[in-house]
Ligand binder design. Structure first.
Ligand code: HEM
Length: 493
């Protein structure tokens, strides 16, 4: 009888007590947080707007908190202070990338590319290469010249729609993608080129298709779900779609190899090929180049074009701000002068408007996950090596400590008493530190040039056939926060 009791106690300990201890155990001084339910952890409780839930929970657990998903603990940073301390002051310790940053892509890329690559010497040299190519250093043309050329095509395409309601986000997307296509392949494409449209759609599908985007986001937190229905079906559909685009990139690389001249670099591909000769490093593979390009095309297209779509939706919701923006632009450009980046310093309201759009509609609400490269201490908590760390950029942009009525769209908050623009260090849509956005300068330039030129040339009105504008507080929230589709009428000025 006694033996029987011991056996029962042993079985109970093995099947219930030990798993529960394992489930609830954390290292000493580990950031606090709710544990959720066994196996899934907090996954079922995240909701559509994860960032808003996190900001709410941080009031109970603190700005540095942890949540468990499956077998993975994720540390979330929910305020500017902790994000700055981690990504800037202790930059190297927080500069890693977890294996499953964007799980569907990670499986195919196997650590290649840039955004997915873990921190190290090769990552640093690849990022430097990207910065140089984007600035136009040694690759034929400067970035500015490519953006100016595209601006006139964008205006012509919008003018051709005159009078008819249309989805402006599609045209903006083509203009923005041409900037990065031009850097990478050395050429722009006509807006009605169906082949490149298909190639880009297949790449962007991950962000735009709600099922793919949501499934991938879930797998970032719980990678094991990738092999389980229904996510496994979404994943195989994704793989099929993207392979066509990856083959196209491969073909472009082969064409470049055939015509490559090391003293006449035309674009990013040439810059990569030359660097591979200089460094003579076996990490410079075609596979690395394909996934680097894939990342540039995706990150370089959807981000800036979505920001411009939010900007126009804000203007439709606030016609008085559209008027004010145009008044400033017309004053500086005297109606006919062509916009250039040097005008930026003469347009305080335009700068304030753009900064407020980026704060108000945070494009990447919980950023891209990082990983600690060694044991770290943050705000008195211990964070072991290889911990996944996510930054709640939305919480920074909505923190009442910095913002009066953060839920309201008020560009005026960035204008001082002398009418000058206030550049805020607390608006951080591009993140901070070693892993901050590679395309920050390019994005800021194209958003400024395209927005000013559109407002100079057109008055934007809502489509009169639509009952109402999409609710600006809501949107598609996956890997990025996108506005719901809307149409405009562009009246030539
Ligand atoms: C409004 C426009 C944009 C926003 C808000 C934005 C935002 C971000 C954010 C939040 C990250 C993650 C940073 C981190 O890990 O902490 C990132 C990374 C990155 N972005 Fe952007 N981005 C924009 C435009 C662009 C453009 C135009 C490019 C094209 C070149 C680009 C290329 C990249 C790349 C390659 C990375 C990975 C950097 C790394 O892992 O070190 N982005 N971006």
């Amino acid at each position: 009888m006694l033996e029987h009791n011991y056996l029962n106690a042993f079985i109970l300990t093995c099947t219930v007590v030990l798993p529960l201890i394992y489930w609830y155990w954390r290292p000493r001084k580990y950031p606090p947080g709710p544990r959720g339910i066994p196996v899934l952890g907090m996954l079922p409780f995240m909701g559509k707007y994860t960032e808003r839930k996190l900001a709410k929970w941080s009031k109970t657990y603190g700005n540095v908190m942890s949540l468990r998903f499956g077998r993975t603990d994720v540390v979330f940073l929910n305020d500017y202070g902790s994000i700055h301390e981690a990504l800037v002051n202790q930059g190297r310790k927080f500069a890693g990338r977890p294996k499953y940053t964007l799980p569907f892509i990670t499986d195919l890329a196997k650590g290649a590319g840039l955004a997915d690559m873990d921190y190290g010497k090769f990552f640093m040299s690849q990022k430097k290469l990207g910065y140089k190519a984007l600035r136009g250093l040694g690759v034929g043309r400067t970035m500015e010249s490519r953006v100016y050329e595209e601006e006139s095509h964008l205006i012509d395409a919008i003018r051709s729609m005159e009078g008819k309601p249309f989805k402006i986000s599609k045209i903006i997307q083509k203009a923005i993608s041409n900037n990065i296509l031009s850097v990478v392949f050395g050429q722009r494409f006509d807006y009605d080129d169906k082949h490149i449209e298909d190639i880009m759609n297949r790449l962007l599908n991950m962000l735009e298709d709600q099922a793919t985007s949501l499934s991938s986001r879930i797998c970032t937190l719980a990678p094991f779900l990738k092999d389980i229905p229904p996510i496994v079906f979404v994943y195989s559909r994704f793989k099929k779609r993207i392979s066509v685009s990856l083959d196209y990139i491969r073909k472009k690389i082969y064409e470049h190899q055939e015509t490559f001249q090391k003293n006449d670099l035309r674009d990013f591909i040439d810059a990569f090929l030359k660097q591979s000769i200089i460094e003579n490093n076996q990490d410079f593979t075609i596979h690395q180049l394909i996934f680097y390009i894939r990342g540039l095309l995706v990150a370089g297209t959807e981000t800036a074009s979505t920001t411009l779509s939010w900007a126009l939706l804000c203007l439709l919701h606030h016609p008085e701000k559209q008027k004010k923006l145009r008044e400033e632009i017309m004053k500086v450009l005297c109606c006919k002068e062509r916009i250039s980046i040097t005008h930026k310093f003469m347009m305080p309201y335009t700068n304030a408007f753009i900064q407020e759009v980026m704060r108000y509609r945070t494009l990447s609400p919980i950023g891209v996950s990082h990983k600690t490269t060694e044991d770290a201490e943050l705000n008195g908590y211990f964070i072991p090596k290889d911990t996944v760390v996510a930054t709640n950029l939305w919480a920074v942009h909505n923190d009442p400590v910095y913002w009066d009525e953060p839920e309201k769209f008020k560009p005026e908050r960035f204008i001082d008493d002398n009418g000058e623009f206030i550049q805020s260090s607390h608006v951080i849509p591009f993140s901070l530190g070693i892993r901050q956005c590679l395309g920050k300068q390019l994005a800021q330039m194209e958003i400024f040039i395209f927005l000013v030129s559109m407002i100079q040339n057109f008055e934007f009105l809502p489509d009169p056939h639509d009952k109402e504008l999409p609710n600006i507080d809501e949107g598609v929230n996956g890997l990025q926060f996108l506005p719901y589709a809307y149409r405009v009428i562009a009246k030539s000025l």
